[in-house]
Design a protein around this ligand. Sequence first.
Ligand code: MAN
Ligand code: CA
Length: 208
Amino acid sequence: MDKERLQDELRIFRDRNFLRQKLRSSLTVYVLLALSYLLIVILFVVSLSRVSMLSSQLNEMRKELKRNNSSNDFKLFPCGPEAREWEYFSGKCYYFSLHATSWQRAKELCEEEHSFLAIINSHAKQNFIMYRTRNQRFWIGLSDRNAEGEWKWIDGSDSTTGFTYWKEGEPNNSDQNEDCAHVWTYGEWNDVHCTYECYYICEKPAPP
Ligand code: MAN
Ligand code: CA
């Protein structure tokens, strides 16, 4: 009888021990699992931050490269590397239009580009414009629209006192209706009706 009880107790003891051991080992597994999850999360966060650090460094390098390039390009394109249709001459930038229009529209188109119809006030500028316009008619910022015979530049300055380059016999106000000036053959100036369609030259100061 006693022996049986003893055996029972021994079995219970063994069972409990077994359970305890099982519990302990599965606890170890869970702890290990949790630790490895934690490790993965840490690794993920660290690599994410490294990647974002690297990408911001790369961005900085790209910007620096762009800055260097564009400052170099300014040597080649003083009117701005992003505005290569503007040509540099003696501190000013000029745009020679690719289509013809009326004097008024040309004036507006220049103003839309923060510029004005070209004012020719020196031989050097006259030559530059002559070489560039090659006998084509291009509007310049000169008219006597406000008072017949009083030729004024677009900035209000009087043209009769300064540099002029009229073709011989011009301005002749042909048909009493020619109030706007354009450069023509060999860059010489002529007056025509303002609704005539000419190419046009815009001018603006070169960026600092
Ligand atoms: C001729 C001359 C000019 C005039 C033009 C108009 O070439 O009379 O003065 O401006 O015609 O087309
Ligand atoms: Ca004329």
